[in-house]
Design a protein around this ligand. Structure first.
Ligand code: 1BN
Ligand code: ZN
Length: 316
């Protein structure tokens, strides 16, 4: 039998052991980070669209959510709880709107994250759904999609450091209670813009980015002509850089939406709205505005554009 001549080392070489220790520490750190982000309700950046769609599914399960309804109150609790759990300071600004149908209780929800500067960037949407008595309207896209997207962005934005202070705003009462007029519409945005003016806070607001109806499977946004041109250009340039130009078309349309009271107050604002929902916009304010018309991909595209737009605005 051959005798072994090379001595068996008693211990492994030091370098290999150090490598294993480092790998183990990295794995523990990764697992810890994952657990922490899940605890805060976070999704990976690549899964924001799916997280947003999951939020919309939850909201739609409450049924129609017009201002002042029980389902609307359930939704308020959901928004406040999710935003607070993601680390935002949440304020509820309750007020009574004077509507053609009488007084309606409303509530603007504002989540804040302080930055190094008091200058504020706002991401906003409306969360009420229009009341229809003739059919069941759950507003998966109109009311639901923007609300779900901001909820999905909340934990992502909370984990990043910004110079600017960020506000996520869920506006109430965008929809007309009866028929859209200057006085029967935009209750929440008019209320908030008035408050900013009264508090002399308008100069603090660097930009107001509004999302509305951005979950459509067939996502196509047009430049909105009331919006501040440089801010629209910034968003469209970001979308182009990210390769999303097929969703951000260069034609334009004119829409009355929650950005108008902010523009009138002197805040740079843009309305990102896909007002082409179904053939001839047939799903808009229709029973067909349901979850199956939405896609996680569209919400993902919007999340990527918003995150990059915020990062660019933050560098200004
Ligand atoms: C958006 C979603 N809007 C209402 N629900 C605003 C709007 C009003 C859009 C009138 C087009 C016409
Ligand atoms: Zn609507």
């Amino acid at each position: 039998m051959a005798r072994r001549t090379t001595p068996i080392p008693r211990s492994r070489p030091k370098r290999r052991r150090t490598g294993w220790v480092l790998a183990a520490l990295a794995a523990i750190a990764l697992i810890g980070w994952g657990a922490l982000s899940r605890q805060r309700g976070g999704a990976a950046d690549s899964a924001i669209g799916q997280a947003a769609l999951d939020h919309v599914r939850e909201l739609v399960s409450y049924g129609p959510r017009p201002s002042g309804s029980p389902a609307h109150r359930t939704m308020q609790q959901y928004i406040v709880e999710k935003a607070a759990a993601a680390g935002w300071a949440v304020e509820q600004d309750r007020f009574t709107a004077d509507t053609p149908a009488g007084p309606v209780p409303m509530n603007n929800i504002v989540a804040r994250r302080p930055g190094r500067s008091p200058r504020v960037l706002i991401l906003a949407t409306h969360y009420d759904t229009k009341l229809f008595r003739e059919f069941r309207f759950v507003g998966a896209n109109d009311g639901g999609s923007g609300t779900g997207l901001l909820l999905a962005l909340a934990p992502i934005l909370a984990r990043r450091n910004f110079n600017h202070t960020l506000w996520l705003v869920w506006l109430d009462g965008e929809e007309a209670i009866q028929d859209w007029t200057d006085t029967d519409s935009l209750y929440g945005s008019r209320h908030m813009a008035e408050k900013l003016k009264a508090d002399a806070a308008v100069p603090q607001i660097g930009a107001f980015l509004l999302v509305d109806m951005i979950g459509d499977r067939d996502l196509d946004l047009h430049r909105e002509t009331n919006s501040t041109p440089w801010l629209t250009d910034l968003v469209w340039n970001v979308a182009g850089r990210l390769g999303h130009q097929r969703h951000f078309l260069n034609s334009s349309h004119t829409i009355s939406d929650d950005h108008l009271p902010f523009l009138a107050a002197g805040v740079p604002a843009v309305d990102l709205i896909d007002y082409n929902y179904g053939r001839n916009n047939a799903y808009w304010h229709a029973a067909e505005d349901t979850l199956d018309k939405l896609s996680a991909q569209s919400l993902q595209v919007m999340s990527e554009v918003l995150l990059e737009a915020v990062a660019e605005l933050d560098r200004q």
